[in-house]
Write a protein that binds this ligand. Structure first.
Ligand SMILES: C[S@@+](CC[C@H](N)C(=O)[O-])C[C@H]1O[C@@H](n2cnc3c(N)ncnc32)[C@H](O)[C@@H]1O
Length: 266
């Protein structure tokens, strides 16, 4: 595990070289997950809400949750792209509380797998764990094959501290904001997140909000935008295959999901 933490970026790149996708990154991490990983590290994740600080925690989070989150995100992106034609357009991604940038990586896979000609020109990653943030940058770099690569801009902060990043944004660009498994966190101050969005991002903004629980918090956030256009809201459970770290194998499981997808002009 120590070597893995030092050389993660190189190792992950070479292991997924033939198939550079987020799915392949997940399989790489599951293969690296140690047999005693569940007993040693799982509780440290605090149901996924902890601000991660070690390579072992990052690997355990990814092995434990990536299958599930990936599935929910794919359904959310299917809803978004069914409603909006992004072909031949360019957009910027803002991934709030990005962790290891699962949501950014899943949208990259999604547009590639579905032959959507959307140019993702910039990724802004906002995350309080510096280690997770670094890994998020490494994941985007590992799966992005296009040259030149998109710009990345990382902000090692909480999403609910006051952010002044307007100078780095262009009002003419379409923005797609990703809130993956973040808005449901009770300690997150939704009012401050709303202020950070409205004070920093002008123009056309899309929001993809996905969580396992706490539909009301996602709805509250959506309603703060007043004049916004709701594209999808969903609260169904889905059955999918996920890696279970306590059993060291994949199982078929029902997982809950809530999503709010909307657009607004700011
Ligand atoms: C459940 S994880 C989700 C991570 C990632 N978005 C995903 O889908 O895998 C919650 C993330 O929120 C981060 N976090 C915790 N408090 C936060 C805050 N106040 N603002 C932004 N992110 C926060 C944690 O560090 C962690 O990466």
């Amino acid at each position: 595990m120590e070597n893995m933490s030092n050389n993660y970026a190189n190792n992950v790149k070479s292991s997924i070289a033939v198939n550079p996708t987020f799915k392949a990154i997940c399989e790489f991490n599951i293969q690296q997950f140690p047999v005693d990983g569940y007993s040693r590290y799982y509780s440290q994740l605090r149901n996924g809400t902890a601000i991660l600080q070690t390579a072992e925690q990052l690997n355990t989070y990814l092995a434990s949750y990536a299958d599930m989150h990936q599935h929910k995100l794919n359904l959310a992106f299917a809803s978004l792209f069914a409603k909006v034609d992004f072909n031949n357009k360019s957009a910027e991604i803002i991934d709030w509380g990005c962790g290891q940038a699962f949501a950014s990586c899943v949208i990259i896979d999604f547009i590639k797998n579905n032959n959507i000609n959307l140019d993702l020109s910039k990724f802004t990653l906002i995350e309080p764990s510096s280690m997770a943030l670094q890994r998020g940058l490494e994941h985007i770099d590992a799966i992005y094959q296009r040259k030149p690569k998109p710009k990345t801009y990382s902000i090692n902060e909480k999403a609910d501290t006051s952010l002044s990043i307007k100078g780095y944004q262009s009002s003419s660009k379409i923005k797609i904001h990703l809130f993956s498994n973040v808005l449901d966190i009770h300690s997150l101050d939704l009012n401050q997140v709303f202020k950070n969005v409205t004070s920093n991002f002008d123009g056309l903004n899309y929001f993809v909000c996905v969580s396992p629980i706490n539909r009301l918090r996602l709805q509250t956030f959506y309603k703060m935008f007043g004049q916004s256009d709701l594209l999808s809201s969903n609260g169904s459970s889905i059955v999918t295959e996920v890696f279970r770290p306590s059993a060291m194998r994949k199982i078929t499981k029902s997982i809950s999901r809530v999503e709010y997808i909307f657009k607004t002009n700011l």
